[in-house]
Each structure stands twice: as C-alpha cells, then as structure tokens.
Design a binder for this molecule. Structure first.
Ligand code: DX5
Ligand code: ZN
Length: 226
C-alpha cells in the first residue's frame, strides 16, 4: 500500500485552545499539522504567525507544515524555520525569486515546497524540481476554510503525479504531493486515486466532535485505493 498522510488544518480548530487541539488531533491519528498563514494581502484574510508556531511546537512531535499565503515570503519563511516548522510551502507568484526562496527554506533545515492555486500553472516547477520536497495543489481558492472542492483539480493532481514520477525515476529522492481544500471522507479516495499522497482537511475534521472517527474513516477510504 502507498504511504498516505493526513494533515488536519488548524485553521478550523478552536484557536482559544490551540495546544490542546493539536495534541488531540495528533492523538486521533493525524500525521502532520497543517498551519495556514494568511496576511490580508496575498489573501483576503488574516491568521497566525511565527509566535503561534513557536507556542504549539512543544505540544507535538508531529511535523508542522506551514502553508504561507503571504507576500513578501522570505523573511517570514526564515522566522517560521526558527519557530520550529518542519515543512514550509509558499505560492510562487508571491515570491520574486522562487529559486532563492526554496533554497533559503532548505538551508534553514526545513523541507521546501511550492503551492499552486487552482489557476496557477505547474510550469513554475520546470526549473526547480531538484529544490522541492513538496508540491501542494490548492483545490479551492486560498483564504478560507470550508469551501467546496474544485473538481478540475483532479486533472492537475494527475499531471503533478506524472511530473514527480518522471523526475524521481531519473534522479531519485522523494517529493510529496499534497492537496488542500474541500477534502472530506467522501472525496479523499478520488483525490488519492489521482495521485495525491498527503491530504489537508480542516473543516471536515475540526467540524466534527470525534476527530478519530473522521480520520479513521478517511484511512478506510484510502485503504480502498491501495
Ligand atoms: C485555505 C487553506 C486550507 C483550509 C482548508 O486557504 O489553505 O488549508 O484550512 O480547509 P477545508 O478543509 O475546510 O477546505
Ligand atoms: Zn492550507
């Protein structure tokens, strides 16, 4: 069976009890903590910064996956690396120097990745495949939790999977393919079948009282994909 990872987005958690929420969701079977950073500039919403990452870091040993929806990117990426992030992804349109930003994230000891909005072409990957550890495809327009999955994303997942397999067959290494937005128990299998291995889910998990029941149901769906 392929390796699948479930990454609950704490955007839909109770921010007044964030440490406890993180502990609970990891105890419920989460593999990764997805941490959405919005600046009211790149996206029309505002969330949490490096101080909050630093505050939750002692509450879990699960990797913290920082999704930067901000511009400019570089200084914040460095701050998140210092704050204990394990993975840092950013939107290529938000950086003037994509290659440099990827390099500085890796130099800071984190995995680096690019995030693609629904209409952003994958061609941003053409010259940097050797510098990415993660490709994150948005299946909603970024800025808010609880939106509806955009079905066209499935074609993009297949295309990204093809690029990853072709690259790793020649050069080795590992590149994770994460999908973010509108993922639920009833569509996770379809997204996995298209080639994703890492699944962000915010409202689907934190919107239910029993996180373990949702994560178990997601894993049961993933097991059908094999
Ligand atoms: C949206 C964020 C997502 C969001 C997903 O801009 O990047 O991570 O929290 O939330 P759901 O799973 O509710 O679509
Ligand atoms: Zn996200």
């Amino acid at each position: 069976m392929r390796t699948f990872r479930i990454a609950p987005s704490i955007l839909s958690a109770d921010f007044a009890r964030l440490g406890e929420e993180v502990k609970n969701v990891v105890a419920a079977g989460a593999d990764i903590v997805h941490f959405d950073v919005m600046d009211n500039h790149y996206v029309p919403n505002m969330t949490i910064g490096p101080l909050v990452c630093e505050a939750i870091r002692p509450h879990t040993s699960a990797p913290i996956d920082v999704h930067l929806m901000v511009t400019p990117v570089d200084a914040l990426a460095a701050s998140f690396a210092r704050a204990g992030a394990d993975i840092i992804t950013f939107h290529p349109e938000a950086s003037h120097h994509i290659d440099r930003t990827l390099g500085l994230i890796r130099d800071a000891g984190c995995k680096a990745g690019l995030v693609f909005n629904p209409a952003t072409p994958l061609s941003f990957l053409d010259h940097v495949m050797d510098k990415v550890d993660m490709i994150l495809l948005m299946s909603v327009n970024p800025g808010f939790g609880g939106q509806k999955f955009i079905p066209q994303t499935l074609n993009k997942v297949r295309e990204a999977r093809r690029r990853i397999d072709e690259y790793t067959a020649q050069h080795g290494g590992e590149i994770w393919l994460e999908v973010d937005g509108g993922i639920k128990v009833d569509n996770i299998a379809e997204v996995a079948a298209a080639g994703a291995d890492t699944f962000v889910a915010g409202s689907a998990i934190f919107g239910q009282p029993d996180y373990k029941a949702v994560i178990d149901a997601m894993r049961a769906e993933l097991a059908r994909v094999g």
